[in-house]
Ligand binder design. Structure first.
Ligand SMILES: [Zn+2]
Length: 202
């Protein structure tokens, strides 16, 4: 799914008022699996590589396939979450509490991201179980590709985003949270528009 849906979903699932460490870990964990894509896009676009070539060719080559496997790994984020949760039981110093809450929040939030990506990646399926196996689940559904019901999945994704936004707006009365949720909702229109524009301009 799109990054903003993952952020809204993780925020709705894991944040609570007055828990800044837990909340920032949840947001970071929601973005982590997509981070390798943003790094790749930034580096290659700065080098002047065409957008179409990035998606058709370079994304499928190393080192990007490796980074994509790492950032989408269930075993990796499950380990991080478990370390955090076990540490939380034994944490005595404020530093240990901080680290354990952060690791648990980050790991659980990233796992939620992967769980929602798993059923909606068709021929762009990730190696979700790296380093255990290179197996990929090629879903009959895609979150973007209309050859795999992408139009319907997008509508469903939009509904998830709106539901999560309503939960967040009811949970937090802070002005900046309202602005952030507003930006996330606006990005459902702005991100596709930007992609179409940048593909048409090369
Ligand atoms: Zn993803």
């Amino acid at each position: 799914m799109m990054s903003q849906t993952h952020v809204l979903l993780s925020a709705a699932a894991f944040t609570k008022p007055g828990a800044p460490v837990r909340n920032s870990a949840a947001i970071l964990g929601a973005i982590m699996p997509d981070a390798s894509i943003y790094v790749m896009l930034t580096i290659l676009r700065l080098q002047g590589v065409e957008q179409r070539r990035i998606w058709d060719e370079i994304y499928w080559q190393e080192p990007w396939q490796f980074f994509s496997a790492v950032s989408n790994s269930f075993p990796l984020f499950l380990s991080i979450a478990l370390i955090g949760l076990v540490m939380q039981r034994f944490a005595k110093t404020p530093m240990m509490v901080f680290v354990s809450v952060f690791l648990a929040g980050l790991g659980l939030s990233a796992l939620l991201h992967l769980a929602f990506d798993f059923p909606v990646h068709a021929d762009d399926a990730h190696r979700h179980f790296w380093p255990v196996t290179d197996w990929r689940f090629f879903s009959p559904l895609s979150y973007w590709d209309s050859r795999y019901f992408g139009d319907y999945v997008s509508l469903f994704e939009g509904l998830i985003g709106i539901t999560a936004s309503i939960i967040l707006l009811r949970r937090f009365k802070l002005v900046w949270v309202r602005i952030a949720v507003g930006i996330a909702l606006a990005s459902y229109l702005l991100v596709p528009a930007f992609f179409i524009w940048s593909l048409s301009t090369g």
